[in-house]
Design a protein around this ligand. Structure first.
Ligand code: URA
Ligand code: SF4
Length: 207
């Protein structure tokens, strides 16, 4: 089976993890992507935020949530009263998965498979162990299924404080929609306000 497990170092904290993840060959996604996009933030962060996988901009820049979805996330976090200095931001899958199409070969995001999410899980487990956050914020259904299992339903579980076991750790979790959903929706403002209101639940849990 595909797995990142043999690539994950046992000590050295975030710097060692980041360095090792750059060389991960745990699943085929490293082949077409530009680089590993590891998590970003402080070891002492109070909140660990998990997205799905890097997008086009993230793949080019090597940092999570630096594209359009990231800008919307930053705005929503600020509006909810969550200080970016308190967050560690990462993804369930660390390489960009895409198909190229059209004459300009535009790279279109493809959802990661369960096998790829499972393969990449050891990186998230290691980030969780090192950061030891007070709260995990899950962005969207894909990350939700990766962390909480295939029965996860974002529509049912969003915006409430949950107690869950993730990679063997009992932790508090707030799930919400993926910010890119608010970029695509017809009623963008309403969808965005829903994101903010879920994030406020996370902010209150940190008070
Ligand atoms: N979407 C994600 O889920 N993660 C990113 O890093 C960027 C966009
Ligand atoms: Fe390794 Fe994850 Fe990249 Fe697959 S997606 S190669 S498991 S870092």
């Amino acid at each position: 089976a595909y797995t990142a497990e043999p690539f994950v170092p046992e000590r050295g904290g975030l710097p060692a993890l980041r360095k090792a993840a750059a060389e991960c060959r745990g699943c085929p996604l490293h082949r077409d992507a530009t680089q590993t996009v590891f998590g970003n933030g402080d070891t002492d962060a109070r909140v660990l935020i998990v997205g799905e996988q890097p997008g086009d901009q993230e793949d080019r820049q090597g940092k999570p949530f630096v594209g359009p979805a990231g800008r919307l996330l930053d705005r929503a976090l600020a509006e909810a009263g969550i200080d970016p200095g308190q967050t560690y931001v990462t993804n369930a899958v660390k390489h960009f998965k895409f198909t190229s199409s059209g004459p300009g070969k535009r790279r279109i995001h493809k959802a990661p498979s369960l096998r790829e999410m499972t393969a990449c899980g050891p990186w998230l487990a290691a980030e969780l162990a090192v950061v030891d956050p007070e709260l995990i914020v899950i962005l969207g259904a894909t990350a939700g299924k990766a962390l909480l299992g295939s029965s996860f339903r974002v529509t049912q579980q969003r915006g409430t404080l949950l107690e869950e076991e993730i990679h063997g750790r009992q932790t508090r979790v707030v799930a919400t929609i993926h910010p890119s959903a608010a970029l695509r929706a017809d009623d963008r403002e309403a969808v965005y306000q829903g994101l903010v209101s879920d994030l406020k639940v996370a902010a209150r849990a940190l008070d």
